[in-house]
Design a protein around this ligand. Structure first.
Ligand SMILES: C[S@@+](CC[C@H](N)C(=O)[O-])C[C@H]1O[C@@H](n2cnc3c(N)ncnc32)[C@H](O)[C@@H]1O
Length: 270
């Protein structure tokens, strides 16, 4: 068997190869720290772990769970939801007025633990009073099965929903446990609007679009410029004419070639 001189470097290279996650050498101690518990559980060293993840897709997926950063929040970067409610949804509602069952297709491409797609669903019920008459499909995807498990459960403590006004809280969640800790559960109306699925943005996508809106926020920071350019162009190809792509506020697309028009902070239109 070949001797692996630097298994941590190879693990970082594997994360890049499989998931596009660009872990610079400066992230080495973060990687070691995040894998340490798993190595103890499996009673193996980094070399043995590398061999294992190369052979076992389930362990590779578990490794990606550990190496991804799933930080998110309800109403994170709230001006996007303001734009979505004030520009995107009224424009679509006007264009589709008269349809017996107007369609709406949304993709939340890095849904993490669910706060973002649930906030989008909250915007939908706030902005479209007769939403139950619409044919809405929101796909919420992420590479992390662990994060998606939490997203699907849709249970959050009081701290997680603190960004919501009391009116939005009443629309979005039910009290699930009086606590402590007090726990809230996403309401069935919001749940009926969202479908979660695992999707690696670096692989082929089963969806054909077109999407009226794609939220791909705060994931491209982990990718290099070449990967970002490829991703944005693939997403542009899935947007309906006039459709909107939101990226994270720190993810300017100014350095990459793409066909979209910037119309506001981290907001692009096809
Ligand atoms: C920092 S969170 C952003 C969550 C949310 N979009 C937001 O803005 O609050 C980044 C998410 O991207 C996901 N991710 C990283 N690489 C990915 C890939 N190749 N395919 C799909 N999701 C990926 C991570 O699992 C993580 O949940």
């Amino acid at each position: 068997m070949a001797i692996k001189a630097d298994p941590i470097a190879e693990i970082m290279a594997l994360a890049y190869e499989v998931a596009g996650i660009n872990l610079a050498e400066s992230k080495r101690s973060m990687v070691e720290g995040r894998l340490a518990k798993r190595l103890r559980e499996l009673d193996c060293d980094a070399c043995e772990y590398l061999t294992r993840v190369r052979k076992d897709p389930k362990e590779l997926s578990a490794m990606l769970d550990l190496l991804t950063t799933n930080h998110t929040a309800w109403r994170r970067e709230p001006d996007h939801f303001d734009d979505f409610e004030r520009r995107v949804l009224p424009t679509i509602a006007k264009a589709r007025k008269g349809a017996s069952r107007p369609t709406l297709r949304i993709w939340c491409a890095a849904a993490a633990t669910g706060e973002e797609p649930w906030t989008i669903a909250l915007s939908l019920i706030r902005a479209i009073p007769d939403i139950e008459k619409w044919d809405v499909a929101m796909l919420a995807t992420d590479i992390s099965t662990r994060a998606l498990g939490k997203a699907n459960a849709g249970r959050y403590d009081a701290g997680r929903i603190a960004a919501l006004s009391s009116a939005d809280r009443d629309l979005a969640v039910d009290l699930a446990e009086a606590g402590p800790p007090v726990m809230y559960s996403v309401k069935p109306q919001l749940r009926s609007l969202v479908n979660f699925a695992r999707l690696n943005l670096m692989e082929s996508w089963p969806m054909r679009g077109p999407f009226d809106c794609i939220f791909c926020r705060n994931v491209m920071i982990y990718f290099d410029q070449k990967t970002q350019e490829r991703l944005v162009n693939r997403m542009a190809g899935l947007l309906a004419k006039g459709g909107t792509l939101y990226v994270g506020h720190s993810e300017s697309l100014s350095a990459i070639n793409h066909p979209l028009k910037a119309i506001g902070p981290a907001t692009y239109v096809a």
